[in-house]
Write a protein that binds this ligand. Structure first.
Ligand code: COI
Length: 356
């Protein structure tokens, strides 16, 4: 395994004093991880260095063609002082799935998990302790060849940033209002919808902006071909409790394979719920709402954790879900998942990895 060089900062920053005001992704810690790729040399020079600006050639390919992939993961501080990561190997595996689609050289997944553990170990005093807070980790890779011909990069940089965070949505665990998007689409099969790449998020901004102007938190994307089947919400996968079935859209190439989604399915099934991954049309959800069968809806994601949905707007139709309150399944899933992540419940699934 390559040795990771460490250069510690001489000017540590002031850590946030009021953890209730962290918000999401605005504060960064003292150090970051970096590693370079050059054709012929592979990934090399892994290092942890003081956090700061990097210099890029203005012709760097990522700035022109968006050859970039990223991940989102968290480090948690348990009440007994342990520092925990949640299924970090799944993030690195997914990063390689994104890499493969975007012609980015694959990373050594086990090595990158070790690098992230080392970075978190150095930054552990930045992990907030208030309930619901964590240290968000943002691994990302981008193409830096100074060349504006369109071709796969031969020079890239892999970085990991750390950011102490609170809840992603200002609503916290209060149900969010979601707007069903009918004009714009996020991804189509054969495209990049299953990857975590900058372009998918750029494609979502316009719809997100319009939804926010109407006082909705996020949009629910429908499939890009028939505009009929539910895909995902911008920053989370979605689940609907219809009668005694918990339905989430099947992964068909245009949806992100969420690690919180996967873990939620495994937990819910372990409790005996009937969870199905299948095609689900917005019409079916609307009908279930009319018949009183739509009991709960919630989103799942690393940043969003488990986020109950209290209202869905589809054209003129407004679906009020569980009177805009968090339902029992969403609440239990939130409690148990976060209980495991924050080390307050036994981890019978073997999902957490201690940093020491
Ligand atoms: C995450 O949940 O980690 C994400 O990557 C969503 C995000 C773009 C904030």
């Amino acid at each position: 395994m390559q040795e990771i060089r460490v250069e510690l900062t001489k000017n540590p920053k002031q850590k946030p004093t009021d953890e209730s005001k962290l918000g999401f992704g605005k504060i960064f810690t003292d150090h970051m991880f970096m590693m370079n790729y050059d054709e012929g040399e592979g990934w090399h020079d892994p290092r942890i260095v003081p956090y700061g600006p990097i210099s890029l050639d203005p012709a760097a390919m990522c700035l022109h063609y968006g050859q970039e992939v990223f991940e989102g993961m968290k480090a948690y501080r348990a009440k007994d002082g342990r520092v925990l990561l949640f299924r970090p190997e799944k993030n690195m595996a997914r990063l390689n799935v994104s890499n493969e689609r975007l012609c980015i050289p694959l990373i050594d997944e086990a090595f990158c998990v070790e690098a992230i553990k080392k970075l978190v170990e150095i930054e552990k005093d930045w992990i907030p302790t208030m309930d619901g807070t964590s240290l968000y980790l943002r691994p990302f890779i981008f193409a830096v060849d100074p060349h504006i011909g369109v071709h796969p990069a031969k020079q890239l940089i892999f970085m990991v940033l750390c950011s102490p965070v609170g809840a992603y949505y200002p609503e916290g665990l209060n149900p969010v209002k979601i707007y069903v998007e009918q004009n714009y689409v996020r991804a189509v099969r054969g495209g990049m919808g299953f990857t975590k790449t900058a372009g998918n998020y750029a494609a979502s901004l316009k719809a997100q902006d319009e939804a926010e102007k109407q006082h909705y938190t996020q949009v629910l994307w429908l499939d890009g071909v028939e505009r009929k089947y539910i895909e995902e919400v911008g920053t989370m996968n979605v689940f609907f409790v219809i009668g005694d079935e918990i339905v989430t859209p099947a992964l068909q190439g245009s949806i992100l394979s969420g690690i919180t989604r996967m873990s939620s399915i495994e937990l819910l099934r372990s409790w005996g719920y009937n969870v199905t991954e299948r095609k689900l049309s917005i019409e079916e959800v609307a009908q279930a709402a009319d018949q009183g069968l739509l009991k709960e809806a919630f989103g799942t994601g690393t940043a969003a954790v488990v986020s109950p949905i209290g209202e869905l707007k589809w054209g003129d139709k407004i679906m009020n879900i569980n009177n805009g309150e968090i339902g029992p399944i969403s609440q239990k899933l939130y409690d148990d998942l976060t209980g495991i992540q924050w080390g307050n419940l036994p981890d019978n699934m073997g999902w957490t990895v201690e940093v020491k």
